[in-house]
Design a protein around this ligand. Structure first.
Ligand SMILES: [Zn+2]
Length: 376
């Protein structure tokens, strides 16, 4: 049975100077409204032990717009400001449901600048997009086609730290579950290999289940490290420092883009080829902060891969099983079930007393699969 899902299509675009300054103003107002509403909610929560509703913060926004020193809020489209309040509402709902930490302020430097427009605040005609309070359609680079006849329901505009502009169009689409697959797979998260699968995959390194990190990543990381070193040498507040910071941001963005692309392809493939995909819950890793670039990237990738697998499995009628984080996947012998006492990170291959010889990661992936199938 087909189901209707909301899918985002993201593109780069090039604003006119006029559009760019209107958007920058809008981003600033979105951030201000979000932060002010957060402040108010925090005050009500800590001083009065009370939760502020969306309607209440929306009424506050109306009041702020009447204040003289906040009158500039009237200069931008009101929809992105309302959407900021909705996002804050969602952040608090997640906090109260213990799914997320307490919402934090949006910072001009550290948060991604963005504004969300709903139907009433944009016009979409013949594949062209106009935003409220802005002249002319956006100059969008259509790097992949939108599905035919697509009608975006929401449009999000953002600018990343590297100064690149993006527009995401949310489109309702009907997806059909795939025909059932016979195969199942366990996925182990790694650092040297991005992930290791419980069975060999065509195109894997050495014919085993290892999925290597995307190509060019080493070069990208080297470039990033170099840019970071150069930034560290620049005097605070200097023009050279700003330039160096932009270089760091660009190097970061390049790695992130390639990763994203890679993870999309990997998750699609895992979901297409397997009826059941088993992964480990690795949220615990967040507590073990080892500040290496490789680790940070691999943790971010893992979270991203998991969320991609979650929604694609739902879309295509597959099953994603997440097993307990305490399961000793690396220490169990997949052949006889004996539990090893210790398995230091540097051990890549080992031999069990039963005579089985294991690649550490492949064995772990097989154990994850077995545990997931048992848990279902
Ligand atoms: Zn054994």
């Amino acid at each position: 049975m087909a189901q209707i899902v909301k899918r985002a299509y993201r593109y780069r675009f090039y604003p006119t100077p006029e559009q760019a300054s209107e958007l920058a103003r809008t981003f600033g107002c979105v951030r201000l409204v979000y932060n002010k509403a957060l402040e108010e909610r925090t005050r009500a929560y800590t001083l009065e032990g009370r939760r502020v509703s969306y309607a209440e913060s929306s009424a506050l926004l109306t009041a702020w717009k009447r204040e003289e020193e906040l009158a500039f809020l009237n200069g931008v489209s009101s929809v992105p400001l309302q959407q900021a309040l909705r996002h804050l509402q969602a952040a608090f709902a997640n906090f109260f449901a213990k799914r997320a930490g307490y919402p934090v302020f949006k910072s001009r430097k550290k948060s991604r600048a963005s504004a969300e427009y709903t139907r009433s605040a944009f016009r979409w005609r013949d594949g062209r997009l106009w935003l409220a309070k802005m002249n002319g359609p956006l100059d969008i680079v259509w790097s992949r086609p939108l599905p035919q006849g697509a009608q975006p329901s929401t449009v999000t505009v953002s600018r990343d730290a590297a100064g690149r502009w993006f527009v995401s169009l949310f489109v309702e689409e009907s997806v059909r579950p795939l025909d059932p697959a016979e195969t199942v797979v366990g996925v182990d998260a790694g650092i040297s290999a991005l992930v290791t699968l419980s069975r060999p995959i065509p195109g894997g390194t050495d014919g085993d289940g290892k999925v290597a990190n995307p190509r060019h990543e080493r070069a990208g990381r080297r470039r990033l490290a170099k840019a970071q070193r150069s930034l560290a040498r620049k005097a605070a507040g200097s023009a050279n420092r700003a330039k160096a910071r932009l270089k760091v941001a660009r190097a970061h963005a390049r790695i992130a883009d390639r990763r994203q692309d890679f993870l999309h392809k990997l998750s699609t493939r895992l979901v297409r080829e397997n009826q059941v995909v088993v992964i480990e819950d690795l949220t615990i890793r967040n507590l073990v902060r080892t500040h290496t670039l490789a680790r940070a990237i691999s943790d971010a990738s893992w979270r991203e891969l998991r969320s991609l697998l979650e929604y694609k499995a739902r879309w295509y009628g597959r099953e994603l099983v997440v097993i307990d984080r305490w399961f000793p996947s690396s220490k169990l012998c997949g052949a006889c079930g004996a539990l090893q006492k210790a398995m230091p990170l540097n051990v890549r291959a080992w031999e069990c007393a039963c005579g089985a010889v294991h690649d550490r990661d492949v064995n772990a992936a097989k154990n994850i699969l077995a545990a997931g199938l048992a848990e279902r």
